[in-house]
Structure formats: structure tokens, C-alpha cells
Design a protein around this ligand. Structure first.
Ligand SMILES: Cc1ncc(COP(=O)(O)O)c(C=O)c1O
Length: 365
């Protein structure tokens, strides 16, 4: 097939991202009404978006005929003021996914290497491979990344090191001290991407502490509006970096990469502290109950600081299929390399009760 020969060989090495099924798909396949389907598979905010973000979306629709602010000035200023950084340290992306793409495009050339944890979010691997990198995987130790082990995988060819904290799909965290030590030990030319998509759910200082790394030119912190802010559908994420790194990454982006509706919603959502703390509280309380119930079933539950739990259930494909038939959608983790595990997004109290009941039935089958 001629196309096969024409295509960039790196593209043959990657597979399309397989997202979880939509509520409508699950409903149709199992002869249910969409309202009967409970989706706890993609770590979305079960409270939905902030009402203030929704109001901002409505208002922004009056300007749909205009190009958005290509520099995202208002949102950058809002983020910068709140996080005590400079606006020229803030990057905006069409989801934080796009910022991952930028960093790979900007720094990776064919033949370079990147280092990633063996079990983590798949897009690090995908974007780096597309850019021509060889991927070096570091296995987890007791489901946590050992930064000393990671350091050993770094060599002269290494361009980027990816860290996911808390890690998707395990929910486990690497301590601030370990990351600090790692960054100090790495050559300054190696870019460190610290993906904190789930950082907003952490207890303690968490994300605020990692901002101390921004003194370095080689650190990119990635965050998203898709999780605690409940704006996954709008596709918007942000990054924080040293102004020099931010400037380089900004050269890679398209002129209007983040749409105006998303910018308006993110501005309003970012300011709505009450929605953020309600969401965090719901996750914290729900996680406690879920963990307890799961442990009562004698299942291994990994310690999670994210808005999901990672649980060992045996045959995760079989279990998730049985649950899906009842309209309960969770994520089997075979594609992440954890065949025996599922990932459950923390829901409301009633949703958590339903997921446990459904899981109990599935385990008996
Ligand atoms: C660890 C991690 N990073 C980044 C993303 C991408 O988020 P988004 O592109 O929606 O901002 C996700 C999405 O699930 C994720 O789990």
C-alpha cells in the first residue's frame, strides 16, 4: 500500500488514543437511557462546572463571531496574580495535552531520548514518539516512581523527563523532596515536565511547593481546567515555566489555539474558590468511603491523592464489562499495563454506593 510507505515512520509506532465510551454509546449498547448511565471512567468533576463558568460561557457566546484573544491575556493575568508568578510565565493550551505536544515539538529531534514512567498517562509517549524520540521507560517500585531509578535512565541523548504527580492511573505521588533532588541532579539541558493535572486534589502544600522549581529554565509545570474546574469539554489547560522556556514554547503554538469560550469559562472558574473547595471536599470524603468499602472486599487499593482510586480486581476487562452492562462505566487498566486493576473516579455519595454494589456483583460473576 503506497500510503504505508509514504507515511512518517514515527506515526506507525503510535496508536490513536482510545477514550472511554460516551454515556450515549454505553446507553445504546446496553439498552439503557443515558440518564441511567453512571460514568466514572475519565476523572471528570462529578459536580460539573462552576455556575460562574457556565454564566461566562453564555456571555461569551455573544462574541462567537470574533477571533479570541490569541495571547489569552486576561486569563494569563488572572492565573499569574493568583499563583504569584509573572504573566509571561503562563502558557495556555487546547487542553494540557496540547502543551505536551508543544514541548515535544520544541525540543525533540529524531534520535533523541525521553524518559517516562512505565505506567502513566499515555500521551507523553505518543507526542515524544511522533517527534522522533526513543522512549525509555522506568518501572514503578510498589506503584510509585523511584526518582533515583529514573535518574539512571538519563543519558546524553535525553531531552525530556516526564513526571506525573499524582500519577495517572495509580493516583500515587512522588514526594516534593524526591523531585527536588532529581531536578538538582539532572543536567540543566534536560527538560523536566511535571504534569500536575490532578494536583488540585492533593492535601498539603502540593502544587504551591512545586512552583519553587520555576526558578530553573528547564522545568515545565502542567495543569488543567479539565479536572477540578469541570471544564473538560472546552479543552483548556495551562502551563507554568521560566519566561525563557515559556517564550520558546509559545513559538510552537497556533495563533488562536485556545478558543474564547474556554478562556472566558476558565477565567470565571479559576476565580470560583467555593466551587473548587466543594469539589475537593467531595473527592476527599468520597475517597475515604470508597477506600473503606473496597478494602472490606479485600481488594488492594493504591494510596491516591487524585480524584480517582486504582483498585486490583483480578480480571479487569471482565469486571468492567459486567459493570458496563449495568450502566456503570469505570476504566479497566490493561492499556496502561495494569491488567488486574481498574480506575474509579470518585463520585457523589450515591454514585459511590452504586459503583460498589455493581462491583460486588461483577466480582461474583
Ligand atoms: C495526567 C494527565 N495529564 C494530562 C491530561 C490531559 O488533560 P487535558 O488535555 O484535558 O487538559 C490528562 C487527562 O486525563 C491526564 O490524566
Amino acid at each position: 500500500m503506497p500510503l504505508d510507505k509514504q507515511i512518517n515512520p514515527q506515526i506507525k509506532k503510535i496508536h490513536p488514543y482510545i477514550p472511554g465510551k460516551t454515556i450515549e454509546e454505553v446507553a445504546q449498547q446496553n439498552r439503557l437511557k443515558p440518564a441511567q448511565v453512571l460514568k466514572l471512567a475519565s476523572n471528570e468533576n462529578v459536580l460539573g462546572p462552576s455556575p460562574k463558568a457556565v454564566a461566562a460561557v453564555k456571555e461569551s457566546c455573544k462574541r462567537l463571531h470574533l477571533y479570541p484573544d490569541g495571547s489569552g491575556k486576561a486569563l494569563k493575568i488572572k492565573i499569574a496574580q493568583q499563583l504569584k508568578v509573572k504573566p509571561n510565565q503562563v502558557l495556555l493550551g487546547n487542553g494540557s495535552n496540547e502543551l505536551l505536544e508543544f514541548v515535544c515539538k520544541a525540543f525533540v529531534r529524531p534520535g533523541d531520548e525521553v524518559v517516562v514512567p512505565e505506567i502513566t498517562f499515555s500521551m507523553y509517549n505518543a507526542f515524544a514518539t511522533l517527534a522522533g524520540a526513543k522512549i525509555k521507560k522506568v518501572s514503578l517500585t510498589d506503584y510509585v516512581l523511584d526518582t533515583n531509578k529514573l535518574l539512571k535512565a538519563v543519558n546524553k541523548k535525553t531531552k525530556i523527563v516526564f513526571l506525573c504527580n499524582p500519577n495517572n492511573p495509580t493516583g500515587t505521588v512522588i514526594s516534593h523532596e524526591s523531585i527536588k533532588k532529581l531536578i538538582r541532579a539532572l543536567p540543566e539541558k534536560v527538560i523536566v515536565v511535571l504534569d500536575e493535572a490532578y494536583g488540585d486534589f492533593r492535601s498539603g502544600k502540593g502544587m504551591a511547593q512545586s512552583q519553587e522549581f520555576l526558578r530553573r529554565e528547564n522545568v515545565l509545570l502542567l495543569r488543567t481546567f479539565s479536572k477540578i474546574f469541570g471544564l473538560a469539554s472546552l479543552r483548556i489547560g495551562y502551563g507554568l515555566a521560566h519566561p525563557k522556556l515559556a517564550d520558546l514554547l509559545n513559538r510552537v503554538r497556533q495563533p488562536f489555539n485556545v478558543n474564547g469560550v474556554a478562556q472566558a469559562a476558565a477565567c470565571a472558574g479559576f476565580a470560583d474558590k467555593s466551587h473548587q473547595s466543594k469539589s475537593k471536599q467531595l473527592v476527599r470524603a468520597g475517597k475515604k468511603v470508597l477506600e473503606k468499602k473496597l478494602k472490606e472486599l479485600n481488594l488492594l487499593v493504591l494510596p491516591s491523592e487524585a480524584n480517582f482510586v486504582c483498585v486490583r480486581v483480578g480480571n479487569s476487562k471482565k469486571v468492567s464489562e459486567a459493570m458496563q452492562k449495568e450502566g456503570v462505566v469505570i476504566r479497566p487498566l490493561g492499556s496502561f499495563g495494569l491488567k488486574a486493576f481498574i480506575r474509579i473516579t470518585i463520585g457523589t455519595a450515591a454514585q459511590n454506593r452504586r459503583v460498589i454494589k455493581s462491583l460486588k456483583r461483577a466480582l461474583k460473576k
